[in-house]
Write a protein that binds this ligand. Sequence first.
Ligand SMILES: [Zn+2]
Length: 332
Amino acid sequence: MQLSLFGGTFLRLDDDGTPLPLDDDERFGTAAKSPWVAKASGFDVHAGVTVRQGDREGLGRLLRYCARPPFALERISLLPDGRVAYLLRKPRNNGATHRVADPNDERVRAEKGAKKVLLRNVIETKFDLVMRPIAERVLASAQLPLLSADAFFNETLFHELSHSLGPAFTQKDGKKVEVRAALESSHSAIEEAKADVMGAYNILFMIKRGEFPKDFRDKLLVSYFAGLFRSTRFGVAEAHGKGSAMQINRFLEEGAASSTPAGRFTVDLAKLEASIGRLVHDICMLQHAGDKKAADALLDEYGVTSEPMAKALSKLEGIPVDLRPIYPLAGE
Ligand SMILES: [Zn+2]
């Protein structure tokens, strides 16, 4: 999640976080009227405060103000609709009490980019307690040595980075809209699948450029494929689960992976690499076109629990679906 108030809006909220009506729309703020205030490069520059020579206390106050962090954690809250609210120091003239922003606002991504925070110890623990036990039951034993914690970590990292790549806007009825608005209910599953498969694609690209060692390729391909079974356990009713089912079934159809009757999978490394490229292409093109019909069709056909998948999933009982990190410093 990225926190930026750049794309947000001013709202008045009650105690439960429900927006209340405002006197007027102050959404885009009013132009500064004071001669001491100016807007420059996204900052409000304020020259109305002076510290006189020798005023050590005033200087201390100013320094504390300059040194404070940009956000105070205790003023941030999460609203029931997933948006982030930041409590204002004092209500605005129209009664607005909070600045409210959507963490996935594409306008922010388009103008400012995105920042991601990943916790390596959480991902490594997920690998040990969830990923490895799954792979041990669904991969053919000959390919199990290619399973790699490092590949799992990088696939997770590049999944997140890939959410910030690709088409974000498209056309609908002659107007520029976010891809999510065009693809509607199919957007989340398509976007999660895109992040997975484009993550793998980008790592393969980095290997070709020499940013990762050559022998990372096979590990990445096998670990990425096995990782899809981890996500399908969230269920095909959920975006990550539906997105990974779609990838698995595409790869099975294209011969990039095959399974034994006992539900163990073998990856065809060359074919999987080619399939990854095709799927990235297909998803980006339908997002670019805002083609909801194509998105629905792709998910209807492939985002389902196919027979080989069901067999594999039935063997995973007893392995945790996911972990919930505990943050002791936050009082947990
Ligand atoms: Zn994602």
